[in-house]
Each structure stands twice: as C-alpha cells, then as structure tokens.
Ligand binder design. Structure first.
Ligand SMILES: Nc1ncnc2c1ncn2[C@@H]1O[C@H](COP(=O)(O)OP(=O)(O)OP(=O)(O)O)[C@@H](O)[C@H]1O
Length: 620
C-alpha cells in the first residue's frame, strides 16, 4: 500500500467539504432546517440571560406589573422554543445520520467492488484501513456534521455571552477569551492522539474479531472442541484485547490529566469572578440584573468554551477517521483499467500465456517463471501438478484477479489488460477450489451464477440436474427455496423465528457450486478447479461423465489431483517449478515416463491395493 496518512484525497478541509456534499445530496431540506435550529440553539441561551437581567432590574426598580409582563412572557416563549427546538434537533440528527450513512456505505462498497484484483483484500494493512473506513463511513459523517454544528452553536453562544460580559466586566471577558485558546489546543492534540491510537490498535482489534469468530462459528466448533483449543483461543483473544486496552489506557490517562487540570482552572476563574461580582454589587457598582447576566455569561462562556473544545476535538477526530473512508472511497482500482477497452468477442482462436512470470508480492518467490501455454478454442485442457505448483494461480490470472509481473495473457491475441475485466469475466464460468456456499436459498445459490436468470427456474433446475444436485434439492423442506444457512433461520431476507434453513454436506454444497457455474454453461471458457473433490466415488464418476459430455467441443480447463478424471482431456499440462514440465495426451504422457506417469502409477497402485474389485470403476 502506498497511501500516506494525509492520503491522496487532500486534507481535512476537503474531507469537511466531502461531508457537506454527502449531507446535501442526502437531504438538503432537512440539512437547512437542522442548521437553522442549531443557530437558534446558540442564540437562545444568551437571549434568556438578557431577559432574566431585564426582569430582575425591573423587579428591583419596583415598576408596574404591566412592564414586568413583557420580559416574563418573552422568557416563557423562549423557554417553549428552546424545549421544542431541542427535540427537533434530535429528530433531524437521527434522520440525517440514517440517510448520510447509507450514501457513505454505498460509496465505500462501490469503490471496493470496483477493485479489479484481489491483492488489496489480501493485504492486512489495507484490511485495517477498510475496517476503519467502514466504521467511519457509518458514523463519521454524522460525527463531523454534529460536531461542526455543535461548534457553530458554541461559537454563537460564546460571542453573545462574551459581548455581554465585555459590557459588564471587560477584564473577565478578556481573561476567559485567553483561557479558551489553550483549552482548544489541548483538546485538538488529544483528539489527534486518539485517532492515531485507533489506527495503531486496528490490527489487534481485527485479530480479536478473528478469535471471536473462531470461538463462535459452527464451522470451527468441531475442531475447537475436539482439540480442546477453546481456552487457548480465548487467551489469545484476550491478549489482543489487552494490547489494545494498554494503548487506550495511555490516551485515557493523558485525557484525564489534561482535562481535569483545565476544568479545575476554569472553575477557579469563575469562582473568583463570582466573588468580585458580589463584592461590586454590595458596593452598588453592579445591579441585581448585572450580577445575574454576569453569572449567566461566565457560566455560558465557560460551557461554550468547553463545548468548543469538545466539539472541535470531535470534528477533528471524526475527520481523521473520515480520511480513511475517503481514501478508500476515492481509491483508483488496484489493477489498471484500459481507458478504451477492447471488446471481448467470443473466443475464436484461443487463449495464450506468453512468457508469464508471476509472484503474489515483490518479497515472495515467483510462482510462475516464464510460463508459455496455449489453450486452443474448443479444447478441454487438464492441469496437473503437486501442491503449490501454481495451478489455481494460473486460473486466477486467467480471470484477471492479478496481472502478470512479466509477459502477457492473450484472448484471441488481445492482452487481458486491454479489456474490461467485467466483460472478460462475463465470458467465463468457474468453480474455484475454495468455492462459496452463500447463506441464501438454493435457488439463489445457483441463480447468482447468472443474475439475469435469478428467477429463471427451468434454467436453474437444468443446471442443478447437470450438477447432479436436483434430486437432493427437491427433498429439502422447501425445495429450491430452502435456505442453506446456519446463520439465518430462512435466509438473510427473512429472519423469522421458525427455523427451516438446512446445512448441506460438503459434497452436496459442492454440487450446488457446480450448478452455479453450469448456469453459465453458454460461456466461452469453463474453469473447473477440483470440482468434485468432496464427492463420493460414485457421484464423482457420474459427475466426470457429465462434465466430459459438457466439455466436448468447449474450451475448458480442469484441474484435478485425481488423474483418472483427466484421461480424456485433449491435452494435459503438468506444472512444475513455475513452468510446463510436460504436456500431451494421457497416453503420450504415460509413454514418456515423466512426472505425470509417476503420479498416475502411484495413484493406480493405491487404488489397486485398497480394493481390486472397485479399481475398474473408481480408479484414478
Ligand atoms: N493469495 C496468495 N498470496 C500469497 N501467496 C499465495 C497466494 N495464493 C497462493 N499462494 C502461493 O502460491 C503458490 C501456488 O499456489 P496455488 O494455490 O496456485 O497452488 P496449486 O497448484 O493450486 O496448489 P494445490 O494443489 O495445493 O491446490 C503456493 O506457494 C502458495 O503458497
């Protein structure tokens, strides 16, 4: 990651403008109403102070009841407006928070979805930032908005009271004004420290969440219990929490020391001022009304100065977090996008890897070292190699989840980098080795293979039949509408209390994933990375027979460790040390007595030893 603290999105002023933009886009009318109410909220305390002074002065002058009525009624009206406006402010605050956070969330995840590749999502420092960005996208717009309005309110109130105080006690006004400066500076420094601390503890918090999920997820529960690692994981989780808490405590202590010292100083100043005002009143130089406005103004200025510092710090802190949000929301794609992408036409000649070198990061070894591979249109290619040989990496490069470090991958002669990644992926159907099972209904689990056919039941059922999943699905409690879930009762859309979600077996879930890929069977390239690894012998046998028919005449890549499933491929490619060690048909490779022949012989021997009777059916 090359993002600096200030980021490529400008400073805090730009972030403030970005918040204003979001708020304005979300609800301009409500934003104006909220702003007006906050300005009113700043003026009303000063108005109340002056009305009390007028009322007290008139009372001590023993004037008529009629003249007293004016400030009394005005005070009552101001009280009513103040009470109403506070509730209206609360309402607009909550509503603006809702509408702005939905826009911020949309912007953030639109940006993340726009990343072409996977590398950022595999980078821990990016994930830390993303977590902070997601948190601040939800909260910081509101924090910045409310903090700024609170700050504006405090400025108005303090100007009003300071002006009042200047009339009665100019020295006191100057004293309070000077004192507000260090308070503000101290609060800003504290908020900067808090924002830095949050970034520092982010990796501890992420690890804590990881252990938390391990301790509560049904997937991990079996091993956690069998190996008895619950308390080991708990200890690790709490170690992470303690690390984060240590950092938090340091900042809390500093805040406590600074804020309590400033509060004590502030109380001493107002105490001294009060003694002076009472003394001046006793000697006749201040009226009763003057004393009341003096007390209100000193308390008001101090409260406003504290609010200024607190709201300023709040805005500063929220803007610091909001920077993470903006950096990610404004981030360009990780892999370059062509300004004028070439059209991705149906495959006619084939796909070619030309001297492809690839490593995941610059400090890791090369996985592919000058790979040259041709996948002719219409050919069924099998890929073989020991664990870690780079088979899945090759597939990920084909889908352009990464770009080669050197060399190029060509689709009918056009470099994948010159195409729109979305258009390219539209032409590919795939089952990945680490396939997903979504907590959605079976229909949706298959339908998301081609969103345009999400409700096309005949097509979904056809894909399920091809993947040999149909018979299992129709026996589920709600057939294709049954949710595959352990998190939600029915599915994320419908979380009512009565459970009818099911948990599929590994092989059944793999068939659903295969059906999802086969819904895209009309695509130009079908990638199958260990598509039947979790299936029983008979199911795998039938599955391979189906796939053989489906792959006939179609461009496809099949990766499998069970070499028997690749026998009928047009060409088998053996990967080793980042290049093609050998290639040819099954027969040719066996005849060459190389790596393929050795692996195949080892597997055949294993099957024959285990059960000669079955070897004809489920051999490698
Ligand atoms: N996301 C990643 N980040 C860093 N290294 C990775 C990543 N994925 C794979 N690797 C590394 O790249 C190498 C090739 O991995 P790959 O998954 O392509 O192997 P494979 O041939 O598919 O292995 P297997 O047969 O075990 O599935 C391995 O050394 C692996 O550790």
């Amino acid at each position: 990651m090359t993002i600096t603290e200030s980021g490529p999105v400008g400073g805090k002023t730009n972030s403030l403008l970005a918040v204003v933009k979001i708020v304005w886009a979300a609800a301009p009318g409500k934003a104006v109403a909220h702003l007006s109410l906050n300005i009113l909220g700043g003026v009303l305390p000063v108005l109340t102070g002056w009305l009390v002074k007028v009322a007290l002065d008139r009372l001590s002058d023993r004037i008529s009841m009629g003249e007293l009525l004016v400030p009394a009624v005005a005070l009552a009206v101001v009280g009513v407006v103040q009470a109403f406006s506070q509730h209206a402010i609360n309402y607009f605050r909550a509503d603006l928070s809702r509408v702005t956070s939905i826009i911020a969330q949309g912007n953030l995840f639109t940006s993340v979805n726009g990343f072409v590749g996977l590398a950022r999502l595999e980078d821990p420092s990016f994930l830390d930032r993303l977590r902070l960005a997601s948190m601040s996208g939800r909260r910081s717009t509101n924090e910045v908005l409310e903090g700024s309005l609170g700050f504006a309110r405090a400025v108005i109130t303090s100007i009003g009271f300071l002006t009042s105080l200047t009339v009665i006690a100019p020295v006191m006004a100057a004293f309070l004004l000077i004192f507000a400066v260090p308070v503000l500076m101290a609060e800003l420094a504290l908020s900067r420290r808090r924002a830095d601390m949050l970034l520092r503890i982010s990796s501890h918090e992420r690890r804590e969440i990881f252990y938390d999920q391990l301790l509560t997820s049904p997937e991990a529960a079996k091993e956690v219990r069998l190996f008895g690692i619950g308390s080991f994981l708990l200890r690790r989780m709490q170690t992470e929490r303690r690390h984060a808490d240590r950092e938090r405590r340091v900042v809390d202590r500093r805040e406590f020391r600074t804020q309590s010292t400033l509060a004590a100083l502030s109380a001493s100043i107002s105490g001294a001022g009060l003694v002076w005002a009472l003394y001046a009143s006793a000697h006749g130089s201040l009226s009763l009304g003057d004393v009341s406005i003096f007390i209100a103004a000193v308390a008001g200025v101090q409260a406003a100065a504290a609010a200024l510092a607190a709201e300023g710090a709040r805005v500063h802190h929220a803007l610091a977090l909001f920077q993470h949000y903006r950096e990610i929301a404004c981030m360009a794609s990780d892999l370059p996008r062509s300004a004028e992408p070439a059209a991705v036409l149906p495959l006619r000649r084939g796909i070619e890897f030309q001297n492809v070198w690839f490593r995941y990061t610059e400090d890791q070894p090369w996985v592919l070292r000058g790979l040259n591979l041709c996948i002719p249109e219409g050919a069924a290619i099998g890929i073989v190699g020991v664990n870690g040989a780079g088979k899945s990496t090759l597939v990920k490069l084909l889908c352009r989840f990464y770009d080669p470090g050197k060399g190029a991958i060509l689709w009918d002669g056009v470099d994948l980098r010159h195409m729109s990644p979305e258009d390219l992926r539209q032409r590919i159907g795939a089952v990945f080795q680490d396939y997903m099972s979504y907590d959605l209904s079976v229909r949706e689990n298959i339908g998301i293979g081609d969103l345009s056919r999400l409700d096309d039941m005949p097509a979904i059922m056809e894909a399920a039949k091809l993947a040999d999943a149909h018979e299992t699905i129709v026996q589920l409690p709600h057939g294709y509408d049954t949710a595959i879930t352990r998190i939600f009762f029915h599915g994320p859309e419908d979380d009512s209390d009565e459970s009818s979600g099911v948990c599929l077996s590994g092989g059944q879930a793999q068939r659903v994933a295969l059906a999802r890929a086969l819904l895209r069977n009309d695509r130009d390239l079908l990638i199958l990375d260990e598509p039947s690894s979790g299936m029983d012998a008979e199911a795998e046998h039938e599955m391979q027979a189906t796939l053989r028919v489906l792959r006939k005449g179609k461009t496809s890549l099949l990766i499998s460790h069970r070499l028997g499933t690749l026998r009928e491929a047009d060409k088998i490619v053996v990967l080793a040390d980042g290049v093609i060690a050998e290639d040819g048909t099954h027969k040719e490779l066996l005849g060459r007595a190389g790596l393929y022949a050795r692996l195949f012989t080892l597997q055949s021997a294993g099957y024959q030893e285990s059960d000669d009777a079955l070897s004809g059916r489920v051999g490698p």
